[in-house]
Ligand binder design. Structure first.
Ligand SMILES: C[S@@+](CC[C@H](N)C(=O)[O-])C[C@H]1O[C@@H](n2cnc3c(N)ncnc32)[C@H](O)[C@@H]1O
Length: 436
C-alpha cells in the first residue's frame, strides 16, 4: 500500500489537520487523487503495463475506513480531506473491486446524512452539469435506467477538457462543426452501441419489439420489464398527487371547472385505471407502442366517454396540444426506453400545458439501480425544474424489499427472469412538481 493509501485508512487517531497537510503534500507532488490501490500493487509487482479492471481510489479507502465514532473536530478534518481530493480531481463514480463507488460504500455503512455521503453526491451533480456543458447540452454522463455506470471521468479531467474545448471553439469560430472532447466521444460511442442493440435503451428498437402481458408484468421479447405489478403502490401515490389540488382551498375555481389529466405511457394501465376511478372531466392518455394500443382497444379504453387517446410518441402528439388551448390539472410521465434528455425535452412541453395550479409528476427511476446516482439525479431534477420556474417536493415511499436483490426465488426477488433490474433502492422519491 502506498503512503497516500495508508493515510486514507486513518492509522492514527485523533484525525487532525496533520492529515490534510500530508494529503496536500502527496497531491501537490504529483500523485493523482485517483491513484488506485491496483495501480500501486501493479507498480510494486512490476506489472505496470497490465490493464486493471477495478479502481480503488483514496476516496474508496476513506469510505471503507472512516471511523463511526468521529469527534466534531475529526469530522471537519475528514470533510477537508474529501474536499481536497475532489479539488485535485478525485472521481465520485469510480468503481472498486466490489463494483462499488465511494458513495455506495458510505451509504452501505450508514453514512447517509452525515455530510460525507452528501459531499460525494454534490460532486456527482457538479460533474454531471459540467459534462452537459462540454457536451453541448447532451446528458451522457450518468446511466439512468440502463443498469450501467460509466466510469473513468474525473472532475479535474473534465474541467481541463472543458477549458480546452472552449479555447478550441474560440479558435475555430468560423468552423461549423464543434469539436467533441475525446472522452465524451468515447462515451457517446458506447452509448450508441448500447442503444442500437436493446429495446430498453433505444426507442426505435423498443417500438418495433413484440410485447407480452403476463399476470404481473408487461415484458419485451428480450425480457425487459416495461411495467411491473410491484409499482402499484407508487402508481396509487401518483394518482392521488395528480388530483390533490381538487381538495386544496387555494386552488382557483376556474382551474377546477374542468379537471383534465394527462398520463404519458399506458403500460399495464394501472395509473389510468386509478385516474378513471377519480372521474376526471377529461383524461388524455399518450401511448406509442402498437401492442399496448391494441390492448387498450381490446379492453375498451377507446369507448370511454372522458378518455382521449393520443396515439404515437408524446414527442409528436403533445406539441399539437400547445396550440389547441388544452391545459392540464395533472400530468404524469412514465415511459420506457427513454433517457433524461427526453425528460429535459418534456419539461419544455409541460410548462406550456400545465394549468397555473397544476401538478406534474413522474415515475422516478432515474439512476435507481444505484443509490448514489439516484441521489445525484434527485438534485439534477430539482436544478433543471427550478430553471423552468417549477418546484419539486419529494415524498419518500418505501419500495418493496423484493426489489433490492436478485435471487432465483420469485417470492424473494421481482427480478427473477427479468433481463435488467431497473430498481435497487430502498426508498422511492415520489416527486410532486408545481409552479413556484
Ligand atoms: C412503464 S409503462 C407505463 C406504466 C403505467 N404508468 C402504468 O401504470 O401501468 C411505459 C409505457 O410508455 C410507453 N411509451 C414509451 N415511450 C413512449 C413515448 N415516447 N410516447 C408515448 N408512450 C411511450 C410504453 O409503450 C409503455 O406502454
Amino acid at each position: 500500500m502506498s503512503e497516500l493509501h495508508e493515510l486514507c485508512t486513518f492509522p492514527i487517531r485523533p484525525i487532525t489537520s496533520e492529515y490534510v497537510t500530508k494529503l496536500q503534500y502527496f497531491l501537490s507532488n504529483g500523485i493523482p487523487a485517483t491513484y488506485t490501490l491496483e495501480e500501486a500493487e501493479a507498480y510494486l509487482a512490476g506489472k505496470e503495463d497490465e490493464e486493471l479492471s477495478s479502481t480503488t481510489t483514496p476516496l474508496h479507502i476513506i469510505a471503507t475506513n472512516l471511523p463511526s465514532d468521529l469527534s466534531e473536530d475529526e469530522k471537519k478534518v475528514v470533510t477537508e480531506l474529501i474536499e481536497e481530493l475532489f479539488a485535485w480531481g478525485a472521481g465520485w463514480n469510480l468503481i472498486d473491486g466490489k463494483e462499488q463507488t465511494p458513495g455506495d460504500i458510505l451509504f452501505e455503512r450508514g453514512f447517509k446524512g452525515t455530510g460525507f455521503y452528501e459531499a460525494i453526491v454534490d460532486a456527482g451533480v457538479r460533474a454531471e452539469l459540467l459534462l452537459r456543458k462540454i457536451n453541448g447540452g447532451e446528458v451522457e454522463f450518468l446511466s439512468d435506467d440502463e443498469g450501467d455506470i460509466v466510469i473513468g471521468e474525473e472532475e479535474r479531467e473534465l474541467r481541463r477538457q472543458f477549458e480546452e474545448a472552449q479555447a478550441q471553439r474560440e479558435k475555430e469560430q468560423e468552423q461549423e462543426q464543434e469539436e467533441i472532447p475525446e472522452l465524451v466521444q468515447e462515451d457517446k460511442e458506447l452509448d450508441d452501441k448500447y442503444n442500437l442493440e436493446t429495446p430498453a435503451g433505444n426507442q426505435e428498437t423498443y417500438l418495433s419489439t413484440k410485447l407480452t402481458y403476463t399476470d404481473d408484468a408487461l415484458l419485451t421479447s428480450a425480457n425487459d420489464g416495461v411495467m411491473m405489478e410491484w409499482e402499484r403502490e407508487i402508481m396509487k401515490a401518483a394518482a392521488d398527487t395528480l388530483f390533490k389540488t381538487r381538495e386544496e382551498k387555494d386552488t382557483p375555481q376556474e382551474d377546477l371547472e374542468e379537471f383534465v389529466v394527462l398520463n404519458i405511457g399506458f403500460g399495464m394501465g394501472i395509473i389510468d385505471t386509478l385516474i378513471q376511478e377519480k372521474k376526471p372531466t377529461k383524461h388524455y392518455i399518450s401511448e406509442a407502442h402498437p401492442d399496448v394500443l391494441a390492448k387498450m382497444k381490446k379492453d375498451g379504453w377507446y369507448e370511454k366517454q372522458n378518455v382521449v387517446i393520443l396515439e404515437g410518441r408524446w414527442q409528436e402528439t403533445l406539441p399539437e396540444l400547445l396550440t389547441k388551448g388544452v391545459f392540464f390539472n395533472g400530468i404524469y410521465y412514465d415511459t420506457f426506453s427513454e433517457h433524461y434528455t427526453d425528460m429535459l425535452d418534456l419539461y419544455d412541453v409541460v410548462v406550456g400545458l400545465l394549468k397555473p395550479s397544476g401538478i406534474f409528476s413522474f415515475f422516478n427511476g432515474l439512476g435507481a439501480d444505484r443509490q448514489v446516482i439516484y441521489d445525484v439525479y434527485r438534485k439534477i431534477v430539482e436544478i433543471d425544474l427550478n430553471n423552468y420556474g417549477l418546484n419539486v417536493i419529494y415524498k419518500d415511499l418505501d419500495a418493496p424489499k423484493t426489489t433490492l436483490k436478485e435471487t432465483d426465488n420469485k417470492d424473494e426477488s421481482e427480478w427473477n427472469g427479468i433481463n435488467r433490474p431497473y430498481w435497487r433502492c430502498e426508498t422511492f422519491y415520489h416527486p410532486e412538481i408545481r409552479f413556484i
